[in-house]
Design a protein around this ligand. Structure first.
Ligand code: HEC
Length: 158
C-alpha cells in the first residue's frame, strides 16, 4: 500500500471515531474548562488509535506492522500521561460544564490509576502483534479496559 492510500484510510477512520465520540455533545459553543477539554482530547486520541487497531482486526485496513506498533505504543503513552493536569479536583460532573468525570476519580484515585495501568498493559501487549489475527486476539482485552473504567468512573450523558 502506498503512503497516500494509507493516509486516506487513516483519515477515514479518524472521521468515524470522532463521529462516534459525540463530537457535537462535548464541543458545544460553551467554552469548556481547559482541563476537561484536554482530557477529552486525551480520550479522543485514545479512540483514534484504538480505531486503527480495530480496523486492522476487522480487515477494514491492511495490516502494517509499523502502523500497528505505533497505534499500540501511542495508546500505551496516552494511558501513562501524568493525569495531574487533566483530572483536576473540582471538575467532576455537575461542577463543570461538559464533564462526565465521576467523583470516584478523586475519592478512589488509586483505583482510577489502576484502570489506566490496565489500558497501558493491554496496549503494550499489542506492540509486536505480528498479523491482523494477533491484533484481533488482543482487542477484547484492550476494549475491556475502556469499558471497565467507563463503567466505574464515567457518569451518564450530560
Ligand atoms: C482510567 C479510566 C479510563 C480508561 C482506561 C478509558 N477511559 Fe475513556 N473516559 C474516561 C472518563 C472518566 C471519561 C469522561 C471524562 C470527562 O467527561 O471529563 C472518558 C471519556 C471518553 C470519551 C469521550 C471524550 C469526549 O470528547 O467527551 C471517549 C471517546 C473515550 N473516553 C474513549 C475511550 C476508549 C476508546 C478507551 C479505551 C481504549 C478509554 N476511553 C479508556 C475514563 C477512561
Amino acid at each position: 500500500m502506498n503512503i497516500f492510500s494509507r493516509k486516506t484510510i487513516v483519515l477515514g477512520i479518524c472521521a468515524g471515531v470522532i463521529a462516534t465520540a459525540s463530537w457535537a455533545d462535548s464541543h458545544s459553543a460553551e467554552k469548556l474548562n481547559p482541563a476537561v477539554a484536554a482530557r477529552h482530547a486525551q480520550m479522543q486520541m485514545i479512540g483514534y488509535n484504538i480505531g486503527i487497531l480495530g480496523a486492522v482486526a476487522k480487515g477494514e485496513m491492511e495490516y502494517d506492522a509499523a502502523m500497528v506498533a505505533s497505534a499500540a505504543a501511542n495508546l500505551q503513552a496516552l494511558a501513562k500521561l501524568d493525569g495531574a493536569t487533566l483530572w483536576v479536583a473540582g471538575t467532576e460532573q455537575g461542577a463543570t460544564a461538559g464533564s462526565r468525570a465521576k467523583p470516584e476519580i478523586w475519592s478512589d484515585s488509586a483505583g482510577f490509576a489502576a484502570k489506566f495501568d490496565d489500558l497501558a498493559m493491554a496496549s503494550a501487549a499489542l506492540i509486536g502483534a505480528a498479523d491482523a489475527a494477533a491484533v484481533g486476539a488482543g482487542m477484547g482485552d484492550l476494549g475491556g479496559t475502556c469499558k471497565a473504567c467507563h463503567e466505574s468512573y464515567r457518569g451518564p450523558k450530560n
